[in-house]
Every structure is written in C-alpha cells, then in structure tokens.
Design a protein around this ligand. Structure first.
Ligand SMILES: NC(=O)c1ccc[n+]([C@@H]2O[C@H](COP(=O)([O-])OP(=O)(O)OC[C@H]3O[C@@H](n4cnc5c(N)ncnc54)[C@H](OP(=O)(O)O)[C@@H]3O)[C@@H](O)[C@H]2O)c1
Length: 266
C-alpha cells in the first residue's frame, strides 16, 4: 500500500527526497509539502504535489511525516503537529535533535531520526537511521524504502552513533570538496588552466569513488595496487604518511563528532 507522506519544510533536503521519490515512480498525489514559503509551494505544485501552508492540516491524511525544517524550528513544528497526530510516524532529518526531544515536543514516541547528506540531491546520498523502539518494523522498512530513492541507508542500534555518522558521512562531502580544492590549487600551481584543473580533479574523485564502491578490495588495497615502489604515487603518499595524514583526518572527524555531541546536548 502506498504511504501518504507529508513533508514539513520543503527546502533542499525535502526536495532531494521527494524528487527522488517522484523519479522512482512514487505517486505525486500521495505527497504533501507544508511550507510557509510560496516559492517552495510553487515548486511542489509544479511537480503535482499538494502544497499546504499549515502544518497541522497538512498531516491529517499522512501515514509518515518527514520533518525537514532547520533544527531550531523542530520544537515549534512538533508542538504545532501534536494536536493533529493520530498514529503517524515522524521522521526527522534535523541534525542534533534527539528522538527523545521530538517525542517530548510532539507527544508521540513513533519517531525515526535520519542523518542524510547533500549527495542525496544527486541520488548518491548516505543516510544513517535510528528508530525509537515504538516504531513498528513494517514502518521502519517503509521509511527505509522511501529514503533509498536518494541513496544508501544504514540503521544504527544506538542513537549516539548518529554523532559519528554526522562526522563521517554528514559532514564528509565537505572533506572531499576540501581535498579537491587542494588538488586544484596544486594543479594550478603547475600551470594547468583552472577549468582543466577542475576537470582533472573532479573526474579523478568520481573515478576513485566508483572504483572503491564497485570493488571488493579495501581503499588501502586499491591504493597499494596503484603505488609502484619508487614511483610517482609513492612519492606523494610517502609525504602524506610522514605528515600523519590519517591522524589529521581522524582528528578532524573527532572535532565534527564532538560538535555534533555538543549540539545534541541542548
Ligand atoms: N541539506 C543537507 O544536506 C542536510 C544534511 C543533513 C541534515 N539536514 C537537515 O535537514 C533539515 C533541513 O535542511 P535544508 O537544508 O533542507 O533546509 P532549508 O533548505 O532551509 O529548508 C527548510 C524549509 O523549511 C521551511 N520552514 C521554516 N519554518 C517552517 C515551519 N515552521 N513549518 C514548515 N516549514 C518551515 C523553510 O522556509 P523558509 O526558507 O521560508 O524559512 C525552508 O523552505 C535541517 O534540520 C538539517 O539539519 C540537511
């Protein structure tokens, strides 16, 4: 049976998810978007969805409510939804907002928390999921199925693991962009024209990610395979090893995790 979905907030991440669902053949008449912005409403209605500006009215016929507003809006939104909740499951994508907080504000403990990332916009997202034990396994399976339209999903038993997910896949696209920036800077310093440098770097990143995704070998094994003794790759990787590249990246991820933990504590 097709689930009736309501997105509360129709911004970037909502658009990524409902866009992916529509592309996968999800019926537009089963999706409502609630957002005060007429621009988001116009976007949704142009795709055949129902637009509402009132959150409580928008969830009346919903089975699953996807809370896609900024974290500082979640409490207000949950309080608005509370009187209209009659068995719907809430799925929140808000960073740093716990299922306990959502349960407290909304009055329902049927809550799933999802940590997506921006590649969901191009259907290569990575989403960590945690469910409150009150959510029926069939509903968890339905939510997983919905979110799979924009990327891969993995469930976690401990909600605290979502801080690690935030640090790795949530913030991770920015780390790869940073590496790309650095390599483009290096290419330009060798006299390569900017547009060409960008193509060299982005296509290399895409190729490396595709190889890693499609291979049974670890990234370490893939790196060894392209590193000949005394060769060019070894010259670069030796320098990174001497500078303790792994320790630097681990410390950066730990800083992101600590920040996520601090935000979740409020
Ligand atoms: N973008 C990502 O890659 C990403 C990754 C991980 C997690 N998240 C989480 O996803 C959530 C949404 O992020 P986003 O990037 O999609 O934000 P966004 O583009 O700003 O979208 C949020 C939308 O919610 C609307 N809104 C504000 N108050 C509302 C209310 N009371 N009721 C209904 N709608 C309301 C906003 O309208 P106005 O613009 O008019 O205020 C906006 O259209 C955040 O909690 C974030 O932590 C996002």
């Amino acid at each position: 049976m097709t689930q009736q979905l309501t997105f509360i907030g129709g911004g970037n991440i909502a658009l990524a998810i409902y866009g992916g669902l529509l592309d996968a053949g999800y019926p537009p008449q089963s999706i409502t978007v609630s957002d005060p912005s007429p621009a988001q409403g116009a976007l949704a209605t142009a795709m055949g969805l129902t637009w509402q500006a009132d959150n409580a009215s928008a969830i009346k016929t919903a089975d699953i409510v996807l809370v896609c507003v900024k974290p500082n809006w979640v409490e207000t939104v949950c309080q608005e939804l509370q009187p209209a909740l009659e068995g719907q499951t809430l799925v929140s994508v808000a960073a740093g907002v716990s299922t306990a907080q959502i349960a407290q504000w909304s009055g329902t403990d049927r809550v799933i928390r999802c940590m997506p990332n921006t590649p969901a916009l191009v259907k290569t997202g990575m989403m960590g999921l945690f469910s409150n034990p009150s959510v029926h396994p069939d509903t968890c399976a339905a939510v997983e199925n919905l979110l799979s339209s924009v990327g891969l999903t993995t469930w976690f038993d401990q909600e605290s693991d979502l801080d690690a997910v935030t640090a790795i896949s949530g913030s991770g696209p920015a780390y790869f962009f940073y590496l790309m920036e650095a390599m483009i800077t290096a290419a330009e310093s060798f006299g390569i024209e900017a547009a060409v440098a960008r193509t060299l770097v982005v296509q290399t990143a895409l190729g490396a990610a595709s190889m890693a995704a499609g291979s049974e070998h670890s990234p370490n094994a893939l790196r060894q395979q392209v590193t000949s003794p005394g060769g060019t790759t070894e010259a670069a990787c030796s320098l990174l090893t001497e500078a303790d590249f792994t320790a630097l990246v681990t410390a950066a991820c730990a800083a992101a995790k600590a920040r996520s933990e601090a935000l979740s504590a409020h």
